[in-house]
Design a protein around this ligand. Structure first.
Ligand code: MLT
Length: 328
């Protein structure tokens, strides 16, 4: 018993010492479980820059660990040392992957410290420039008539682009299914779409706004319940609900996580910094320019963040079990 007490005391002392010396000179990695240049990477790079301002002397860097719908990067952080130098930026995939991958190496609610939510990002249905349609109605009719001959790109099972594609197609109920083409992220998928190698994709506005504005891809609809009337580029596209897809309402939430056991003094410092970042006009402006909204509600609080993800996990697991389609 005395030995246990001594060990606990020593652990507390070392955690205290760790927190006092944090962040120190060692870089703080924000792991992005998708390829560089994509929507999650974009949010992480803006976040790293903004967090640096809030924690003087800190060196936030972005590290990409892509693959398997985000599960490779998430596993990396779940298994990392709980010293505050490995963080994870993950989206709805945090809730979806445990439902789709039955053999998964992490449990979101047990293996991570929740550091608060960052933003909500709408999605857009887009197509290659050569696609013979210019309105959503024409696009839907073209898909209905040719689904068996067309393909749809995504960033792996459980990714946002996969979930959106699945939900949209299950609403359309086409006779034939489109062929799905997986990538390590929607950055390489976007290159293939612009090049005409893939036909269709549903992707986050943080990755599509620039391509739509540049006329390099065709856009047909947004996935939010209401059209994005306030956005200079996205205001021209209807919502899927307006096009008759009842109750279709999808935005991609992003949250920040650390390995379980990261000292409370460090997780508090990171959450305090994040809350300031979410009030930083420059960070807010960058998000809004890409159609995203920074989180301003109770989800910035770690306990509420965890409650929100737990509820999303239940919702998504029910849908996946009902469909009976798993990644493994
Ligand atoms: C990415 O960053 O590539 C995306 O978030 C992938 C996705 O989930 O669709």
């Amino acid at each position: 018993m005395k030995k246990l007490f001594v060990l606990a005391a020593m652990a507390a002392v070392s955690a205290g010492a760790l927190a006092q010396s944090y962040p120190g000179t060692k870089p703080i990695s924000i792991v992005v479980p998708f390829t560089a240049g994509g929507p999650t990477d974009r949010v992480a790079r803006d976040l790293a820059e903004a967090m640096r301002k809030q924690i003087p002397g800190s060196n936030f860097v972005v590290e990409n660990a892509a693959g398997a719908g985000g599960t490779i990067g998430a596993t990396k952080v779940a298994k990392a040392a709980p010293d505050g130098h490995s963080l994870l930026l993950f989206h709805i995939g945090m809730a979806a992957t445990p439902a789709l991958y039955r053999k998964i190496a992490y449990k979101p609610l047990e293996d991570f410290e929740f550091l608060g939510m960052v933003n909500d990002v709408p999605m857009t249905l887009i197509g290659k420039p050569q696609l013979p349609a210019n309105t959503y109605r024409d696009f839907e009719n073209y898909i209905r008539a040719n689904a068996g001959k067309l393909n749809i790109a995504h960033a792996g099972l459980g990714s946002a682009s996969h979930i959106c594609g699945l939900l949209w197609q299950s609403n359309l109920q086409t006779k034939d299914a489109m062929t799905t083409i997986p990538f390590g992220g929607t950055a390489p998928a976007m290159t293939a779409l612009i090049g005409g190698q893939v036909d269709v994709m549903c992707d986050q506005t943080t990755n599509t706004v620039g391509q739509i504005e540049g006329g390099r891809v065709k856009a047909f609809a947004v996935t939010t319940a209401k059209p994005l009337a306030g956005h200079p580029v996205l205001k021209y596209y209807p919502s899927l609900q307006e096009m008759g897809l009842k109750n279709f309402d999808l935005t991609i939430w992003h949250g920040l996580y650390a390995p379980k056991g990261t000292p409370p003094a460090i997780t508090k410092m990171l959450n305090d910094a994040l809350k300031k970042v979410l009030k930083d006009p420059e960070f807010i402006k960058k998000n809004e320019a890409l159609g995203a909204l920074v989180v301003t509600d109770k989800r910035t609080d770690p306990a509420e963040h965890k409650k929100f993800v737990a509820a999303e996990m239940v919702k998504i697991k029910a849908a996946v079990d009902a469909a009976g389609k798993y990644a493994d």
